[in-house]
Ligand binder design. Sequence first.
Ligand SMILES: Nc1ncnc2c1ncn2[C@@H]1O[C@H](COP(=O)(O)OP(=O)(O)OP(=O)(O)O)[C@@H](O)[C@H]1O
Ligand SMILES: [Mg+2]
Length: 239
Amino acid sequence: MAILEATRLAKRFGPVTAVHDVSITVAEGEVAALLGPNGAGKSTTLHMLLGLITPDAGTITLFGMELARHRVEALSRVNFAASYVDLPGPLLVQEVIDVFARFYAVRRPKERVAEMIELLELGPLRRRRLMDLSSGQRTRVQLAKALVNAPRLLVLDEPTANLDPDAGDRIRGLLSRVARDSGAAMLITSHNMREVERMCDRIHFLAEGRVVAAGSAAELAGHYGAEDLEGVFLKVARG
Ligand SMILES: Nc1ncnc2c1ncn2[C@@H]1O[C@H](COP(=O)(O)OP(=O)(O)OP(=O)(O)O)[C@@H](O)[C@H]1O
Ligand SMILES: [Mg+2]
């Protein structure tokens, strides 16, 4: 079953057409990627899928429900993390996770918060204020927040962009385990091609607001006669 089906999305900001025509499907249990150059429309697409902005055209169906008509129910099974989302700085790490556990009305919130703190290795930081954390530490809090409602679709906009190579590797391992164990679908953007090759089953390649290629990393490499995804990226991005 398709967890997410977006058809012919378009979005303009004044004179700028950020997304021209984007259709994406994410199947149950699939880890999918949105790739493309800076300004291609990836974040704008994610924000439409999350109901943060309204498309000018197109339809979004989550878990078989049209987002425009079943917003609360559809979004209760979704979550999101991005480095540019500011969580409230004066709150303590454990308070932030607790606030989101209650927003999502998770069962047994105290236990769930403790699980998230353990999963993201936030124990030593749990009484620290968000504003006092490093950006890599904040990323782990973002992911704890994003997993707290056990989402069936996890949307991640450049989840490892601020992480050192070791932390990035651990987070990739963690996300792959979460995908495997919980069967959650994920939709990820990244500029790290090796990360996408390692984690993602299917890639949608965006350029200038359009999906210009889709398939597995191996399929795309074959199609474009490239050695790897980095080679595909350079070929597609340079037209
Ligand atoms: N709120 C906004 N107002 C005006 N223009 C916007 C707005 N949001 C995005 N844009 C424009 O839309 C285009 C697509 O931006 P978007 O953030 O979706 O790109 P992206 O693919 O996520 O890029 P990056 O890899 O740099 O994160 C860009 O030209 C951007 O300047
Ligand atoms: Mg972006």
